[in-house]
Ligand binder design. Structure first.
Ligand SMILES: C[S@@+](CC[C@H](N)C(=O)[O-])C[C@H]1O[C@@H](n2cnc3c(N)ncnc32)[C@H](O)[C@@H]1O
Length: 246
């Protein structure tokens, strides 16, 4: 009998943000392949009798190449196992979930995708920043600050838009360039920016500034990955609406 692969979103860090479905499937797994961004408390939920395989993935130094991960998923499923591919956040938001299930489709492996709380939703909630608000932002846009070829060549004109919140994943490395480009394309120099480091965890830190000064704030505070950038007038609400005291 052939097995099945579950592509499971593990959320941004707080283990209680795991969905009931993700929790059920994880605790029934025979094999779990998990990423760097999956927190220790979630890894601890992997059953003792399951095979737990860390497949890494730090920016530009993957501990297991994507092709090998894809191959492993197919091989373990062919052995009739219940295979969980556990990812940080949501598998379909900057998570390469699409690439992994394309391979499963080609190999005829049965699969399910279990969504997770993406970093934008988790970090915004725990930092006290509503991503939309009728007074400040009618739309929100998720972008990656790190493209496949390592550049940060984004559609800058589209990103500079009043009443839009911009959420940048993987935006720390290219932050100086991103800020410069946004201002050069017309972004208001006073636009507030928040950087949320290790959001939803007990190590969460939140820093706010404006688009011109945020990079300096990041340097001075030695902000590390994983961190998320939130740009827009909604950030003005952060001091008033913040509730999470790690
Ligand atoms: C490869 S992407 C994966 C995103 C994930 N699939 C999701 O939906 O959240 C990794 C980036 O997500 C963001 N991220 C993930 N977890 C985070 C957290 N707990 N706090 C801040 N940023 C986080 C960071 O920008 C990090 O560089």
């Amino acid at each position: 009998m052939s097995g099945k692969v579950y592509l499971v979103g593990g959320g941004p860090g707080d283990p209680e943000l795991l969905t009931l479905k993700a929790h059920r499937i994880l605790t029934q797994a025979d094999v779990v392949l998990y990423d760097r961004l999956v927190g220790d408390q979630i890894v601890a939920l992997i059953p003792d009798n399951a095979e737990a395989l860390y497949v890494g993935k730090a920016k530009s130094k993957h501990s297991l190449p994507q092709e090998d991960i894809n191959k492993l998923l197919c091989e373990k499923a062919a052995e009739g196992k219940c295979v969980v591919r556990l990812k940080g956040g949501d598998p379909f938001i900057f998570g390469r979930g699409g690439e992994e299930i394309e391979e499963l489709v080609d190999a005829g492996v049965e699969f399910e995708v279990i969504p997770g709380v993406t970093a934008a939703a988790g970090c915004a909630a725990y930092a006290g920043i509503p991503l939309t608000h009728r007074d400040y932002a009618q739309s929100v846009r998720f972008v990656t600050g790190h493209l496949k070829d390592g550049s940060t060549d984004l559609p800058w004109n589209e990103l500079v838009h009043p009443a839009q919140t911009l959420v940048i994943y993987m935006g720390l490395t290219g932050l100086a360039e991103t800020a410069e480009k946004l201002v050069a394309h017309g972004m208001n120099k006073d636009i507030p920016v928040a950087v949320v480091e290790k959001g939803t965890t007990l190590s969460q830190r939140v820093f706010t500034s404006n688009i011109c000064e945020i990079n300096q704030v990041v340097i001075e505070n030695e902000v590390k990955s994983p961190s998320l950038l939130i740009i827009g007038d909604v950030v003005k609400l952060q001091t008033r609406l913040s509730w999470f005291k790690p």
